[in-house]
Design a protein around this ligand. Structure first.
Ligand SMILES: NC(=O)c1ccc[n+]([C@@H]2O[C@H](COP(=O)([O-])OP(=O)(O)OC[C@H]3O[C@@H](n4cnc5c(N)ncnc54)[C@H](OP(=O)(O)O)[C@@H]3O)[C@@H](O)[C@H]2O)c1
Length: 267
């Protein structure tokens, strides 16, 4: 009998959160999407009466405040768990290393903006919009989906120099989580940064450059975990993430962990 709101729910890991949570008919699941007409999420909602699609974009303060108001109307003003899962990157610069970034103020902003808008500003706006509902909820949990790519030990051991803006934004998100945890502890609210693992969320056949990039990443990640074979599926990732969310308590609030529940097993 719990209520969950998931941002970025149209596809991939966000949609899988909705699917697994909806399987328990006593849950109320709020799928927050930028486009409520998106076929994947509306198909899922049509099969589960406990799934409610709400329009909301974390990068737009007005939009996410309206989403929180729509959520409150469904749940009587309460929410147990918020999962901020939205993410965007500038795809063209994902392969660039720090020394390759341009000496051009507008160009570098264009590279960082999608990641900062979703992870940092979006994380803050989504949290602040839903905070009044979370305060009235029973579980009082706020989870931000981060990435192992923001873990300094993993970067150093695997030697991953690319994905600069993405990794920096997620590292900033981890600090945001610690700040919220410090502020909200007296109100019984727990906050977590959670990496979902390395997950295959590509829709359809992967283009050659994506296959190549994944092969490069696999070789780097195998320096940390020699047995690693490749990406996991969203089903496995979300099952483990939900277990970590279940275990979140005042003692672990403010931390950054993987889907395996610790800060050493990122895959
Ligand atoms: N896949 C992995 O291997 C992996 C690894 C580590 C961490 N993660 C993190 O896990 C989360 C889910 O990853 P994913 O691979 O399933 O999906 P993703 O492609 O990173 O996107 C997640 C969702 O973000 C929303 N979104 C996309 N562009 C946006 C924009 N410009 N403004 C606002 N929202 C936008 C979309 O949802 P709507 O259209 O519904 O708004 C989309 O479904 C992300 O936070 C990602 O960084 C993934």
């Amino acid at each position: 009998m719990s209520s969950y709101a998931i941002t970025g729910a149209s596809k991939g890991i966000g949609r899988e959160f909705v699917r697994q949570l909806a399987a328990d008919s006593t849950n109320t699941v709020l799928a927050i999407v930028r486009n409520p007409k998106s076929a994947d999420i509306s198909d899922l909602a049509s099969k589960h009466s406990n799934v409610h699609i709400i329009k909301g974009d974390v990068t737009d303060p007005k939009s996410i405040l309206e989403a929180a108001a729509a959520a409150a109307a469904i749940t009587d003003g309460k929410l147990d768990v918020l999962i901020h899962n939205s993410n965007a990157v500038d795809k063209d610069s994902m392969a660039s290393t720090p020394s390759q970034l341009p000496f051009d103020a507008q160009a570098i902003q264009n590279i960082f903006s999608p990641s900062l808008n979703t992870a940092i500003y979006g994380g803050i706006w989504a949290t602040n919009a839903f905070l009044p509902l979370i305060e009235k909820g029973a579980q009082k949990k706020i989870v931000h989906i981060s990435s192992g790519m923001a873990d300094v030990d993993l970067i150093n051991k695997a030697g991953v120099s690319s994905g600069v803006a993405y990794s920096i934004a997620k590292a900033g998100l981890n600090v945001t989580v610690a700040k919220y945890a410090a502020e909200l502890a007296p109100r019984g609210i727990k906050v977590l940064a959670l990496s979902p693992g390395w997950v295959d969320t590509w829709d359809g056949e992967k283009p050659a450059e994506v296959v190549y990039a994944n092969e490069l990443l696999l070789k780097m990640f195998q320096l940390v975990e020699p047995e690693l074979k490749g990406q996991i599926q969203p089903e496995e990732s979300v099952k483990k993430c939900l277990q970590v969310i279940e275990n979140l308590n005042a003692g672990s609030s403010g931390s950054f962990v993987s889907h395996n529940g610790d800060r050493s097993r990122w895959f």
